[in-house]
Design a binder for this molecule. Structure first.
Ligand code: 8YV
Length: 336
């Protein structure tokens, strides 16, 4: 009897140890140059593939699914999966998976780091120093916003939001308020020392507003000019969620006019492009979508995506599914 291994495409560069692991299980096509393929190129490369490991950059939509009828599983190396058309995947019998949990604490650390950098003007003052502009100490040089004891407002209270709440409440004595689609259980609220409020109350009262919600059509421009106008002029806004949740043009205007004190952004509308006005205002800290970027976490994320591919293509349930295409699942047709 001949044995055949499933065919898997790894759409971007991933940690080499995870690539080696995948090589043991599959006939692999890789992208070690880490080229960002166009949608058409991705479709072309997916011909004959049973599974694919994606990152948030690759869009999996109805057109792609129709052009790749043999595809059975798409494993995203990201907790967010707004690059998936989940309904189309379910209808096509394609299993989607994401990579939650393994990045929660790392991403919460980064959210807090970005908040601190923004409130205390770390990058702005470093640029000033590097530019040779530091000639003397002054009492009001780079005075920022208080972090300890202030009010932390979190919009999107999933695992990462809860991690940020705990850091703020327990580490920095902050009053934590949150807004979410659904309230946490009383036990979780107590653990996070967090109080549920309306979005409007949060925007009006928080000293630091942190966005950690998933990007969905309903969440498009959750923060626009009207919401920014509700915020305190001394407040900061931190976005580690997704581009598109904030109206970046409106934010740039608000920062320029100092309608809010400062912002910290790790994600952008249309990234890797950044709204040009954000690049010219001083009171914003900008980072290139690195909230989960530590070596161990990126390995864990890739390994979880790889484990999901092995499970699904071996006829098992994935560890972290995002849909249930049961009944209509595309057949697993090779003999291992
Ligand atoms: C990823 C992220 O690095 O997990 C997510 O949702 O935004 C990041 O951790 C990025 O999406 C690449 O896959």
């Amino acid at each position: 009897m001949t044995t055949s291994k499933p065919r898997v495409l790894v759409a971007r560069a991933i940690p080499p140890q995870v690539l080696q692991f995948l090589q043991q299980h599959f006939v692999l096509q890789t992208n070690e140059d880490d080229t960002v393929w166009s949608h058409d190129e991705l479709i072309a490369r997916l011909q004959g593939m049973d599974g694919v490991l994606t990152t948030g950059t690759e869009r999996i939509d109805a057109q792609l699914l129709a052009a790749c009828p043999q595809l059975k599983v798409v494993a995203n190396m990201a907790v967010g999966y707004n690059n998936f058309d989940v309904a189309a995947m379910t209808a096509a019998g394609v299993q989607g998976t994401n990579a939650p949990d393994v990045l929660t604490e790392t991403t919460a650390d980064f959210g807090f780091a970005l908040l601190m950098a923004t409130a205390r003007r770390i990058t702005e003052s470093e640029h000033f120093l590097r530019a040779g502009q530091w000639s003397k100490w002054s009492y009001d040089m780079f005075t920022g916003c208080e972090v300890h004891g202030s009010t932390l407002g979190i919009i999107g209270m999933g695992r990462i939001g809860q991690g940020i709440a705990k850091r703020g409440a327990h580490g920095f004595g902050m009053q934590v308020i949150y807004h979410n689609r659904s309230r946490l259980t009383p036990e979780l609220e107590a653990e996070c020392k967090a109080r549920y409020v309306s979005k409007e109350e949060l925007l009006r009262t928080a000293d630091h507003v942190v966005l950690v919600l998933p990007y969905t059509p309903e969440n498009h421009h959750t923060i626009g000019a009207a919401e920014l106008a509700l915020m305190k002029p001394t407040a900061t806004l931190i976005n580690i969620a997704r581009g598109g949740i904030v109206d970046d043009a409106a934010l740039a205007q608000a920062l320029k006019a100092q309608r809010i004190a400062a912002a910290g952004l790790d994600v952008f509308e249309g990234e890797p492009k950044v709204h040009p006005d954000l690049l010219t205002v001083p009171n914003v800290v900008l980072t290139p979508h690195i909230a989960s970027a530590t070596v161990p976490t990126r390995i864990r994320m890739a390994q979880l995506a790889a484990d999901n591919l092995v499970a699904v293509l071996g006829g098992q349930a994935p560890r972290t599914p995002v849909n249930t295409p049961d009944g209509r699942a595309r057949a697993v047709r090779w003999v291992a």
